[in-house]
Design a binder for this molecule. Structure first.
Ligand SMILES: Cc1ncc(COP(=O)(O)O)c(C=O)c1O
Length: 361
């Protein structure tokens, strides 16, 4: 129905329905419904003058804040104008010849690799394996390849690969001369998850990419970062950058939000409360199979006859159809976990459309 590759295109959805974008409840973009931290809102309002100066081209304070947050050297970090900018910049810098991509997965990796002329081999995840990779992925890692991309948790499934498998993948990639790019855009939503950062030291073939736009609800401000333990590689990347791509307010955000423990705690409490309710609501619908995603979104299959996305739009609700993900088709959908009231509205609408008997919650 949409030309857009991603969720969150409420302008296009609204145009299709003749509504204003503000009238839609958007479940298609996975953004923290608590909104940006108050600490940040106040800092931006108090620092509007920053727009009148060029940001520090080295973003020293920002890199130091990221380094402090992770207890790692700031020379291992490079911030970007959202993680997406870093995906493109890193892959153009690495210029791999032959990459392995897991499907379904986040679309921008395929685009960034295609831009560098890289050959892409797909590694299809199977529904019969619960959409999870297993040791067959290890067997597929041969010196023929020089790049592997992993999203942990994956998008759209929200699932985390087994930690032992992940460790074996890092080792295997090192042995085969494969650069491993691990995308942890949603990992902050998993309480206590350290992801691959503890493995960075001694593994210069491992790159970790993170986004701050989802957890801290700043997709319009844009901020992400990458980490790699080879300071020289990171310095080379930094030296190739166009100057000032991170605006002053995004840089300020990075210096503030990582220390906002009350916001982080409130977010984790909201998700621990709301995701199980949404999961149960979806699981109780007729013809729906939902997977136990661990991030702030849930992935499901609907085998009934209704055009779910269109029917929900009639009720001013936008969900993400996953039909344009390689490896999926029109029966698959992804929905963000939102506020209690919004989640209840989604379940009520779906119950009505599918003829279910959910009582809501
Ligand atoms: C897996 C994954 N990585 C990266 C991004 C991009 O994040 P950012 O908004 O920081 O560019 C997204 C956005 O949806 C994503 O799903």
């Amino acid at each position: 129905m949409f030309t857009s590759q991603h969720g969150g295109n409420i302008r296009e959805a609204a145009a299709l329905t003749g509504l204003n974008a503000e009238q839609l409840i958007d479940f298609s973009a996975n953004i923290n419904p608590l909104g940006m931290p108050d600490t940040l809102r106040r800092a931006i309002i108090g620092n509007l003058d920053a727009a009148e100066r060029y940001p520090d081209p080295d973003y020293l304070a920002l890199h130091q804040a990221l380094a402090n947050h992770h207890g790692l050297p700031q020379t291992w970090m490079m911030a970007g104008n959202g993680e997406t900018e870093l995906i493109f910049q890193l892959l153009s810098h690495l210029a791999p010849r032959h990459a392995l991509l897991l499907t379904p997965g986040f679309a921008e990796y395929r685009r960034a690799l295609a831009r560098t002329g890289c050959r892409i081999t797909d590694f299809p995840l199977a529904e019969s394996d619960g959409w999870q990779p297993d040791r067959r992925l290890l067997a597929a890692l041969t010196p023929e390849l020089d790049c592997l991309i992993l999203c942990t948790p994956n998008n759209p499934t929200g699932l985390m690969p087994d930690r032992q498998l992940l460790e074996a993948i890092i080792t295997r990639c090192g042995e085969c001369g494969i650069t491993l790019v691990v995308d942890e855009a949603f990992i902050d939503f998993l309480p206590d998850a350290t992801g691959c950062i503890p493995w960075l030291a001694g593994h210069p073939h491992l790159w970790v990419l993170r986004s701050l736009t989802k957890f801290y609800a700043i997709p319009g401000l844009r901020l992400g970062y990458l980490i790699n333990s080879d300071a020289q590689q990171v310095a080379a990347l930094r030296s190739q950058r166009e100057p000032w791509t991170i605006n002053a307010f995004a840089a300020l955000a990075g210096e503030i939000i990582l220390d906002d423990r009350p916001y982080q705690q409130a977010t984790r409490q909201w998700l621990a409360r709301e995701r199980p309710i949404l999961f149960d609501g979806l699981a109780a619908l007729p013809d729906v199979t939902v997977w136990p995603g661990q991030a702030n979104y849930l992935f499901f299959r609907y085998d009934g006859d209704e055009d779910l996305q269109r029917r929900l739009l009639e009720q001013q609700i936008l969900i993400r159809s996953c039909a344009n993900y390689p490896g999926l088709e029109r029966r698959y959908f992804r929905v963000a976990v939102k506020s209690h009231a919004d989640n209840a509205a989604l379940i009520a609408a779906l119950t009505h459309i599918t003829g279910g008997t959910n009582r809501g919650g």
